[in-house]
Design a protein around this ligand. Sequence first.
Ligand code: HAM
Length: 418
Amino acid sequence: MKYSIPRGTKDILPDEALLWQSLEEACRRVFAIYNYNEIRTPVFESTELFTRSIGSTTDIVKKEMYEFKDRKGRSLTLRPEETAPVARACLENNLIGPDQITKLYYIGPMFRYERPQAGRQRQFHQAGVEAFGSPDPLLDAEIVLMNVQLFKELGIKDIDVNINSVGCEKCRPHFRKELKKYFKENVAKMCADCKERFEFNPLRILDCKEGKCQGPIDGAPASVDLLCPGCRDHFEQVVKMLDYQEVKFKVNKRLVRGLDYYTRTTFELLSGKLGAQNAVSGGGRYDTLVQELGGKATPAVGFAIGMERVIQIMTNDKCQMSNEGKIILFIATLGDEAGKLGFDLLSKAREKGIAADMDYAGKSLKAQLKMADRLGAKYVYLLGADELAKGSAALKDMGTGEQKEVVFDDLLKELRRP
Ligand code: HAM
């Protein structure tokens, strides 16, 4: 019986894992520069957390949730995203309060039962941030800037920043009414899902990807043209700040997000180097979510990057990482006694933080040297019966080819020499 990986998931093998490590390091570094602290939440939550926050008429809630019952019959769901869990954790642990800004970040796997294709998996990873406690448009600008800086630090170019505003609970009803008026004329020629969306949540029509719906969607009213004065002013300030910070961006009136909790600013970063799934990051403001989840009214804003998509760009751009050069010392041994001494010296080196390895498969000397070469070891120390007798052995610098006789007790000192 052979087992294969579940559809829509991927193993990250050692070579690629190095790229992941450098991406994770860059995220942690940039998030820390902006004073965000890490939070880790469980991979599953009560199903209701997601239905309430993401919206019951979204694709995610309707057809993409990994929902299951536990042994006590409780409905749980593997997290499809992390904004709602972070808000839940903040409320449960009193991390948000008046006159306080709480800035958090996370890195981890998310789960959506989508149709797998390039750039779209059922288990994928996000690195994201959430800032709670301020309605200030400067915070919206900070989030976009941080996102742009992250891609700059990763050396990723050709990223388009798209921003929009979806308004608030005051102006959204008006927008909804205008959409209903507009789509009433068109809905007959649209897809079955859009016919349903027309009844229950016409805003979701704008997120439809069906070919035959694109014509009507193109001519639909745009939220950004129907904002109330407060939302208009907020949006203008975000735009002004981004201009001032010389961020290149485009106001995209058609930008709609797949989650219902957004208010005011929404944004996406798109890459020209990916196929249809070109969004590498998405986010925005969600000023009503915390209250929706039972807390006090707390404005908030955040984003998440899709790590697989970023890794794809890094791979295309040949940002190959390699394990080579990580091992400082390789101890080649011949015979059991030499093997034991080699193991002892290896342990001492590792204890002192020197990356070191040896062969455990009884390989010939030639094969061991090949192995050291493949690992990119900086030095090889060669132990056999003669060496045991004299108490010293040759330390070979693999870069220069030079050899030096070093007594066993001096090996670590020698390796640490500048
Ligand atoms: P989202 O746009 O659903 O937003 O996801 C963010 C990013 O995750 C996307 O831009 C994409 O790169 C990646 N992504 C989404 N689904 C998949 C998939 N099936 N396979 C691979 N990558 C995927 C959110 O999840 C919000 N929670 C972001 C946010 C944070 N908004 C405010 N704070």
